[in-house]
Design a protein around this ligand. Sequence first.
Ligand SMILES: *Cc1c(COP(=O)(O)O)cnc(C)c1O
Length: 375
Amino acid sequence: MLLFTPGPTPVPESVRLAMAEPTLHHRTPEFEAIFKETRTLLFELFATDEVVMLASTGTGAMEAAVTNLCRHTLLNINSGKFGERFGKIAQAHGLNSVEIKHAWDTPASVEEVVDAVKTDTSIDAVAIQISESAGGLRHPVEAIAKAVKEVRSEVMVIADGITAVGVERIDVSHIDCLIAGSQKALMLPPGLAILGLSHAAVEKIGSGKGYYFNLASEIKKQQQNTTAYTAATTLVIGLGAVLKQIKEDGGLGKLYCDTARRAKATRFALEALGLHSYPQMPARSMTTIDDADAAQIRDLLKTDFGVNVAGGQDHLKGKIFRINQMGLIAPYEMVWVVNAVELALAKLGRRDFDGTASRVFNEEFFKSTLKKEEK
Ligand SMILES: *Cc1c(COP(=O)(O)O)cnc(C)c1O
């Protein structure tokens, strides 16, 4: 079975093998050396002033960001389940929460966010997804962050990059907190979350908030290559192995470029079948199709063609399917996936099979490589 859900994503073999080594004690020079190496690689990936790893899923890092960086009112952008979650976290901690809500296919605009932070000066943090996984939507986070800082530089910008860090280069110039999780673009089992922080964020954190998710205690320890509580040793080892594997495969630039090309080629291939891409601004992390037969297509992909893709949640249950683009994915696998979608449509009597999807994918994906080699 090919795992093509936008999280969890497949774990590369080299990484699985690295994690199969006997367990290390976390308070040892051996593990501290691994922690240090992984931390150094993370600084390259995040390009932020500070990084912190937490033994939790992505939601733990979202909670840590909100509790440590918001003192009064959180503005959250809700264009899907994950954006909504930021508001719920704020409320659970007794913070005020203000929400900008859109349909799941609609990105936030720079103007509405700027208006909100101008109008309500109690807002001291803005939380938004870079890639909102509920509908495969890309928000213009970098532009929003820049504009927010222009009007109120003290407002903390929290960017959930759980399906964006490792997918594309993110300009962190105006972002205070960038969040990643292990089981999406970082190709690891679930259980590790990472926060990249700006100097301003570290300053605002001060002595931190809460206990387990107190970022001040973690920053202090992790600067010494250890953790406040037991480190998720196996996952940290796996993360180091993933980041080294990415380097071996040509580096972050190549990963970002391949991902962008693959996502575009997949979308073109499926649109050539007459399918419709759901989000107004598609994220590169996944290809999201809305279709009346979404549930049947997804079932056929699994039962007849050995491909596991994700469906939708809440009101989009049975109405969309989502194909992962995150990680080191071989192009031939994606050719198989788009071909399987075409075969499923033929089985449903929607169109005659003529190999359109794989032809369009191949043209779009490989055309750009040939162009590059000519230069
Ligand atoms: C998966 C996901 C989360 C939640 O992460 P968990 O690891 O399930 O806690 C948050 N935000 C986005 C954008 C996600 O894709």
